[in-house]
Design a protein around this ligand. Structure first.
Ligand code: MRU
Length: 358
């Protein structure tokens, strides 16, 4: 499973969702559509191809697609050799295409806005220096994302009880970030501290990120994991087999409502019913203070085929419509803690340290 990178990955692990190869000046991404059956890296040379890869779920997970978009914009700078105006137009056009690929994950818009600010700063430089300035920014973003995951992982792990069985949903791991993971960062950190934790991974219908990605990722690191179908969660709560829930997020509103993979909200309801902590781990780039509540967060609608089939097997007869909201909103009142690199928000009791305001 070699990616043939010309340097040590910034993710800090031997396998990763996205990296930049500076020698060949191109993006390298693990094709997550093929996991866990095949571990195959693909190389992307054109910004449009990165946008297409995000749309087609080669790469997914809110922070990871933000990092991929940043590298795509560095490639725009690599290719646009015209004057400042031409460079800014090319950057803006690519940014709009990238931004249109996944509407719920705000990290994408956040990353494009940050890269566009950098584009404004470097636009008058010679093309090579401009490219280097954009690449430096994308790499800084990538490194900061990994550091943020490690910081929130340590904060969350401190609250995980010894010997806990932890339920997680979708994939909020190294595969969904620049590296290490948000929810799986909490799990990795608790495991590294010797807490003797075990993980229940929801399969996460319809796209099965839990079964295909989370289980694979934890297994790679030797963290005990068992896969359950989404419908089994209530049974295990009822039997007292779950002591902690941690999930990632694609966007957190100013009032701490949390958008995450469809199926997260029912887990929060179950966790509250059974008095089990329901927690979220996310970098500050996931917080969208312009969204006043979850009602302001756009919910992506994906293709019918993801619900109507599994792989090549059709489950629903032709002509029957399916619904497919890809995310749901968990109200702040159900969330015990949000771990961020800046500190912990405790929405249920209305605690939000001053440093985390605005
Ligand atoms: O549709 P996906 O696979 O991009 O959805 C991903 C999730 O919902 C993750 O839980 C979320 O992005 C958090 S990633 C650290």
């Amino acid at each position: 499973m070699t990616a043939g990178l010309s340097r040590t990955p910034l993710s800090g692990a031997d396998w990763f969702a996205v990296e930049f190869d500076p020698a060949r000046r191109e993006v390298v991404m693990l094709d997550q559509r093929l996991l866990p059956m095949e571990v195959e890296y693909r190389r992307y040379r054109k910004p449009d191809e990165v946008a297409q890869a995000i749309r087609e779920m080669v790469i997914r997970g809110a922070p990871a697609i933000g990092v991929a978009a940043a590298y795509a914009l560095a490639m725009v700078a690599r290719d646009e050799l015209g004057d400042a105006k031409m460079f800014l137009v090319a950057n803006g056009t690519a940014g709009r295409i990238l931004n249109g690929t996944r509407p719920t994950a705000v990290n994408l818009a956040w990353s494009i806005a940050r890269m566009s600010r950098r584009a404004g700063e470097v636009c008058e430089l010679a093309p090579e220096a401009r490219y280097q300035g954009m690449l430096d920014e994308a790499e800084a973003m990538h490194r900061e994302d990994v550091e943020a995951c490690r910081a929130m992982g340590a904060l969350g792990a401190a609250e995980v009880p010894d010997g806990a069985v932890i339920l997680t949903h979708c994939n909020a791991g190294a595969l969904a970030t620049g590296g290490y993971g948000t929810a799986l960062g909490v799990i990795r950190s608790a495991h590294a501290q010797g807490k003797g934790i075990r993980v229940l991974a929801d399969e996460t219908r319809p796209y099965l990120q839990g079964a295909r990605l989370t289980a694979w990722e934890l297994h790679q690191d030797g963290i005990p994991v068992e896969v359950i179908t989404d419908s089994m969660a209530g049974h295990f709560f009822q039997k007292g087999e779950i002591q902690f829930v941690v999930v990632g997020s694609d966007r957190i509103a100013a009032n701490s409502d949390v958008a995450n993979k469809i199926g997260t909200y029912p887990l929060a309801v179950l966790a509250n019913q059974h008095e089990v902590p329901f927690t979220v781990a996310a970098p500050w780039s996931t917080v969208d203070v312009r969204a006043r509540s979850g009602a302001d967060i756009p919910i992506e609608e994906r293709s019918r085929d993801e619900v109507a089939s599994i792989g090549d097997t059709m489950l629903v007869a032709d002509g029957i419509p399916c619904r497919h909201p890809a995310f749901d909103i968990t109200p702040a009142r159900l969330v015990d803690a949000i771990y961020t690199e800046r500190g912990i928000i405790r929405p249920k009791i209305g605690e939000r340290p001053d440093v985390l305001r605005g």
